[in-house]
Write a protein that binds this ligand. Structure first.
Ligand code: ZN
Length: 241
């Protein structure tokens, strides 16, 4: 059983009619709905919850945290962002979606601005699978299309990814490293670019397959209780034959 927490700032869905129409129960619940199954237990958390719903107890009990945020990154207290950062180092998986590229936990883990070029003109997007043997790409074809997605283009100011799994291109010919993986200490991180709030991206079966695959890929091998830098004793004994 993989324990997933889906975090959403949950703002646009309450204030913008168009977003409300696409995600009436919030993006977090749309994601939770397709993930929930015999093998995946899902809880949700939002900005309005106490401690953003990300108490030490919740994080310790989370195998993979999924993050969607856009306009309210600054309202996530630094203390909680660092708490997420440390939990990833301990082993918790992190999947950062779309405008979560500017979230505090992602920027803290990357150590760069995570800036990119963007415009929102309703372009189609074509996502190319560039690493077909990667676990996150299983069940996805050579490419797939989204009818409308916000254009996020290079340069994407992140450290060199450990792996690029998908590259996106748009009507306007921009390109984007749309699916990137990172390892930070015990933790695995997947950044996935599609998911603008006015588009029904999270109902797309390829997108759902990718996020589900990413959950299984990012689940911890080791989830340490704490980060340690122990002083150790010299081992005196050498066993000789
Ligand atoms: Zn967007």
């Amino acid at each position: 059983m993989v324990k997933v927490t889906v975090w959403n700032e949950y703002f646009h869905e309450k204030t913008h009619a168009k977003v409300q129409e696409v995600y009436p129960n919030g993006i977090h619940n749309a994601i939770a709905d397709f993930l929930r199954c015999e093998d995946i237990a899902v809880r949700t958390a939002t900005l309005d919850d106490d401690e953003c719903g990300l108490t030490p107890e919740v994080l310790a009990d989370t195998d993979v945290l999924i993050w969607w945020g856009h306009l309210k990154h600054h309202l996530v207290p630094d203390e909680i962002a660092w708490r997420v950062h440390d939990e990833v180092l301990k082993g918790m998986g992190l999947i950062v979606l779309h405008s979560g590229h500017h979230s505090k936990p992602f920027r803290f883990l990357m150590g760069t601005s995570c800036n990119l070029s963007w415009r929102n003109d309703g372009d189609w997007e074509r996502l190319w699978t560039v690493n077909p043997a990667h676990p996150i790409a299983q069940g996805v074809g050579r490419y797939f299309d989204l009818a409308h997605e916000e254009t996020y283009g290079e340069p994407f100011r992140v450290p060199e990814p450990d792996e690029v799994v998908f590259i996106g291109t748009y009507e306007g010919t921009e390109v984007m490293r749309s699916g990137c993986t990172y390892h930070r200490e015990n933790g695995k991180i997947f950044y996935f670019q599609p998911g603008h709030e006015t588009n029904p991206t999270f109902y797309d079966t390829n997108v759902q397959t990718i996020i589900r695959n990413a959950v299984y890929w990012a689940k911890p091998v080791i989830h340490a209780e704490k980060l340690e830098c122990p002083q150790v004793k010299k081992i005196e004994k050498v066993i000789q034959e």
